[in-house]
Design a protein around this ligand. Structure first.
Ligand code: D5M
Ligand code: FE
Ligand code: ZN
Length: 508
């Protein structure tokens, strides 16, 4: 019998089985009959166990209830004997209680009704909070309002903090930015002779908030830029580390339900988490994993991309989540799991996205160690701040900023981190919900900055932040082939929370 067959038999009776108990069971002959008997014994036991553990199997054996078949069972099949070895040694991560703090989650807190006034409030909040970050820089401390500059009677050096409402190129190759603050609008000119600034200006996108230092032109109606400031990360940021020797495994985009989902490779990952495969060093790392983040697109969903139907193994989205939950039941019990939605999931598509709906993924909600959260998600794990975002805006970064590509997701993520915003561009592929509070803004710089979505793995460090893209467990789809997206599947970044080092585990 295959693992999944056994699992689904237990699941039908609403019982989970611990991976180690599953291993024990498989050592027996006639596993099928044995599973039936364990389920019936479990139902009879006074307090029906939620999870069949090796200890529970041992308990049954001690009480002879398994070894001595009933009349009926012996008539049906030869008495299945259960073999139980001593359980494996305790994993290091089992010695520590989880310490999870979740904050700023949109789930059940959405006030957006999608009207125009909502967007005005939304963009005001974005401006005020990013302006505050920029104003904390020495060189922008004295930034003036655009109204004041427009009325100024001198021609000197000025500093402005504003939102970019337009970026255009003149015929002579100068760049002109329309910069807006709550008091007015002013054009900012980047001269074609200023090569360095011209290079920096390529990364500027519409609707982001930047700082400018420059000279006011003759009639106070244009600023010629000398320098451009992104909100960026302070260069003295210290990276928080966990005191406990624990680790965080990060996955996303498993796309269960797709014919392109790499089930064998995913089972290998689960076996590694259980300490069953890998070198001594790799097993030691597995034993320290206390947290697992799933950064969206756990299932493939339905009706998401052109001609998806032909690439679906499971065509019902409930059944896809059910199957994903079956896999998660193989994750060791001491690991806490955080799941956020992506663009293939059953929840609203406009960002920030509330958690995957319980109506569709009920099984995931019934497991106490699974935390169903919104996208983006701010979590503190053993003192380490993690910002996890599915990463849809990377599509907009790749299509709007020259030099950005799906093959270097960490580079594209870095430009967003410097802008201190997950979704700066409004009106392209990312749908934004006009919440009164901008959930997509990065007020506090995290220690770990995690995205998925693009199906390529990337890891970089920048000023005390570890940037991670967690890749995928899905092979290239026909749609991705057309888009020229080349995935790097079955690679899992694992962060040592104590040392702040990242290992890429390869399960191919
Ligand atoms: O997205 C998987 C990959 O496919 C990711 O690299 C983005 C790319 N993708 C998906 N949809 C689009 C569209 N509409 N335009 C451009 N690129 C796209 P996933 O959402 O996980 O299927
Ligand atoms: Fe995906
Ligand atoms: Zn996605």
């Amino acid at each position: 019998m295959e693992d999944l067959e056994i699992l689904s038999k237990f699941l039908k009776s609403n019982i989970n089985i611990h991976p180690l108990a599953l291993q024990e069971l498989k050592k027996n002959e006639n596993v099928n009959a044995l599973v039936d008997r364990i389920i019936s014994e479990a139902q009879k036991t006074e307090k029906k166990p939620e999870v069949i553990t090796p200890d529970f199997l041992e308990f049954l054996q001690l009480h002879k209830s398994i070894a001595e078949p009933t009349q009926q069972a012996s008539a049906a099949a030869s008495a299945p004997q259960i073999v139980v070895e001593r359980p494996r040694k305790r994993f290091l991560a089992e010695e520590y209680e989880a310490e999870i703090k979740l904050k700023k989650d949109i789930t059940k807190k959405s006030f957006s009704n999608g009207n125009i006034e909502g967007f005005v409030e939304y963009f005001n909040d974005r401006y005020e909070r990013l302006a505050k970050i920029l104003r904390s820089r020495d060189r922008l401390r004295d930034a003036a309002t655009i109204e004041w500059i427009r009325n100024a009677s001198f021609r000197g050096n000025v500093q402005i903090i504003g939102m970019v409402s337009e970026v255009r190129k003149s015929q002579k190759g100068h760049v002109i930015l329309e910069i807006e603050d709550p008091t007015g609008v002013i054009p900012v000119l980047i001269l074609n002779s200023n090569r360095e600034l011209l290079g920096i200006s390529r990364e500027i996108v519409k609707d982001e908030v930047i700082g400018i230092e420059g000279n006011l032109g003759k009639s106070s109606d244009i600023v010629i830029a000398n320098e451009i400031f992104f909100p960026d990360v302070p260069n003295d940021k210290e990276q928080n580390k966990s005191e406990a020797p624990l680790a965080l495994a990060i996955i996303s985009d498993t796309h269960v339900g797709s014919t392109k989902f790499l089930e064998g490779e995913f089972l290998k990952f689960l076996k590694w988490l259980n300490g069953e495969i890998g070198s001594a060093k790799q097993v030691q790392l597995a034993e320290r994993v206390k947290y697992l983040i799933v950064g969206g697109d756990p299932v493939d969903g339905v009706g998401i991309y052109p001609e998806q139907e032909g690439e679906l193994l499971i065509k019902d989205i409930h059944a896809q989540y059910e199957k994903f939950a079956e896999f998660l039941s193989m994750v060791p019990r001491h690991i806490e799991i955080i799941i956020l939605p992506g663009n293939h999931d059953a929840t609203r598509q406009a960002e920030p996205q509330p958690a995957i709906s319980e109506e569709f993924a009920g099984r995931l909600y019934s497991d106490a160690r699974v935390h169903m959260v919104g996208n983006p998600c701010w979590a503190t794990l053993h003192g380490v701040d993690v910002l996890s975002y599915h990463g849809r805006s990377l599509d907009d970064v790749v299509s709007n900023i020259p030099g950005m590509s799906y093959s270097q997701p960490d580079k594209a993520m870095l430009t967003l981190l410097k802008k201190r915003h997950l979704t700066p561009i409004y009106g392209d592929k990312v749908l934004l919900a006009p919440e009164v509070y901008d959930y997509m803004l990065i007020d506090e710089v995290p220690d770990i900055f995690h995205f998925g979505h693009v199906h390529t793995v990337g890891v970089t460090n920048y000023r005390g932040v570890t940037l991670i893209n967690s890749g995928t467990f899905q092979q290239q789809t026909s749609f991705q082939r057309k888009l020229n997206v080349v995935p790097t599947p079955a690679i899992v970044p694992v962060v040592d929370l104590q040392k702040q080092t990242t290992t890429k585990m390869i399960f191919r």
